[in-house]
Design a protein around this ligand. Structure first.
Ligand code: UD1
Ligand code: CA
Length: 453
């Protein structure tokens, strides 16, 4: 049983952004949301985020994923946690303090820090790391017996203290009562005139309660994001973690360091992913698929044994055993059936394509309802837009659409109908009939001989 308080009121000046730092994204997920999700995965009963700078924007992005407290003016980390006092008092037991700009913290580390905190019967446990370059961080000052005495900020530290390599990650486990009582006694007596959360450790110690440190082994987990370079470094680490977890689940990746897969993507086992593939949040891929080099999938739902070669699929569903590409573009709101072929230079938009249909080359199908086992000749175009409005095209089962056909919508092609190559269809075609809609050919025999004379 524990709760989390996530500090996210700061401005993030070095991002040089109109957007608050904590809603910048790593692998498609806002920085602070990674921290919220890690807390929940570790078993937090409740999570509260302290917002301040552009609070409304932060809250609209993070939505209902946590509770909120407002820190209207940023007067330090201790002051930020004070804004959550009501929440902290309402939940007895442990409260974990985390930062909204450290997305790489894992549920496992949160869990282990809490276990350590409980086993040591601590009232405060600071999560620490040992860094070769500790510049800028608060340093952990320990007594002769090795116990934590206090944390001294870089700006307030003496020459001796600045040599300490054990640093404060800015993450802690507190007993909620010990923390709230200490917060009520914080003062801003330091170099920056801020309320330092770190000063609560000394107050808790002076109350005769035990304080300790939990040292983590993977320093990446405490990496903060302060600028766009660190944002890309954090994303690089997250990307590698995401890819490794898919590979462990049975996904084959070729040149995984070139593959970008966002958070919240599902991929079945025995699916193979080629180089330079991008897969965005919300995409689901079944088993036994091949997602070939250079493809982009965004909000796509791909069933089993589908092949997608060098193609783009956005917010659409592709049923089993279908082949897409190379170089196909499936735009939003398509539902493509089983055993379909969507070949090279084919564009689909807001259309339903029935099972077994073949759209092999150079075709545009928009706003259409296509039946089963239809064969599209090369170069078919649905003319779905008259410059003002869009209309639908309906094509029944088992039709044969000759090459270079224009279907001027709204228009219906009955089941089993054939369309002669080169036709421009403007009227509905009854079932099982042949439509020819082009000029008859005229041959002028010997025409060239006459011209030359
Ligand atoms: C803090 C710690 C330092 C530690 C470091 C780790 C203190 C006094 N110092 O320093 O020991 O090594 O983190 O990164 O706590 N925030 C607010 N409101 C505020 C101030 C900060 O919400 O008024 C938030 C920031 O948005 C950020 C977090 O708290 O997410 C840390 O604040 P920051 O200013 O980066 O703290 P540091 O000075 O780096
Ligand atoms: Ca910081």
């Amino acid at each position: 049983m524990f709760t989390s308080v996530i500090l996210a009121a700061g401005m993030g000046t070095r991002m040089k952004s109109e957007m608050p730092k904590v809603i910048h994204r790593v692998c498609g997920k806002p920085l602070a949301k990674w921290v919220i999700d890690a807390s929940k995965a570790a078993g937090a009963d409740a999570v509260l985020t302290v917002t301040g700078h552009k609070s409304e924007m932060v809250r609209s992005v993070l939505g209902g994923s946590c509770e909120y407290a407002l820190q209207a003016e940023q007067k330090g980390t201790g002051h930020a946690v004070m804004q959550a006092l009501e929440f902290i008092k309402a939940h007895k037991g442990s409260v974990v303090i985390l930062n909204g700009d450290t997305p790489l913290i894992t549920a496992d580390t949160i869990d282990k820090a809490i276990q350590y905190h409980n086993a040591q019967k601590n009232y405060a446990t600071v999560i620490t790391a040992v860094l070769d370059n500790a510049e800028g961080y608060g340093r952990i000052v320990r007594g002769r017996d090795g116990g934590v005495l206090k944390i001294v900020e870089h700006k307030d530290a003496s020459e001796e203290e600045r040599k300490i390599k054990e640093i404060n990650s800015g993450m802690y486990v507190f007993d909620s009562q010990a923390l709230s009582s200490a917060l009520e006694r914080l003062t801003p007596n330091n170099a920056q005139g801020e309320y330092y959360l770190t000063d609560t450790l000394e107050i808790i110690l002076s109350d005769g309660m035990k304080v300790g440190a939990y040292a983590i082994s993977d320093n990446d987990e405490i990496r903060g994001v302060n600028d766009r370079v660190q944002l890309s470094e954090a994303e690089e680490i997250m990307r590698a973690r995401i890819n490794a977890s898919h590979m462990r689940n049975g996904v084959t990746m070729h040149i995984p360091e070139s593959i970008y897969i966002e958070a919240d993507v599902e991929i079945g086992n025995d699916t193979e992913i080629g180089a330079a593939v991008t897969i965005k949040s919300g995409t689901k891929i079944g088993s036994g698929c091949v997602i070939g080099q250079g493809s982009t999938l965004d909000g796509a739902v791909i069933c089993d044994n589908v092949e997608v070669l060098s193609s783009v699929i956005i917010n659409s569903e592709i049923d089993g055993n279908t082949k897409v590409g190379p170089f196909a573009y499936v735009r939003p709101d398509c539902k493509v059936g089983k055993d379909v072929k969507v070949g090279d230079f084919v564009e689909l938009k807001n259309s339903v394509i029935g099972d077994g249909t073949k759209i092999s080359h150079l075709t545009y199908i928009g706003d259409s309802d296509v039946g089963k086992n239809v064969n599209f000749g090369c170069g078919t175009v649905t003319c779905n837009y008259d410059g003002k409005d869009k209309y639908r095209t309906a094509i029944g089962d088992n039709c044969f659409i000759g090459c270079n056909t224009n279907l001027v919508s709204p228009v219906k092609v009955g089941s089993g109908a054939y369309i002669a190559a080169g036709s421009t269809i403007t009227e509905d075609i009854p079932e099982n009939s042949l439509a020819i809609a082009r000029e008859r050919q005229v041959n002028k025999n010997g025409w060239n001989d006459k011209r030359e004379k």
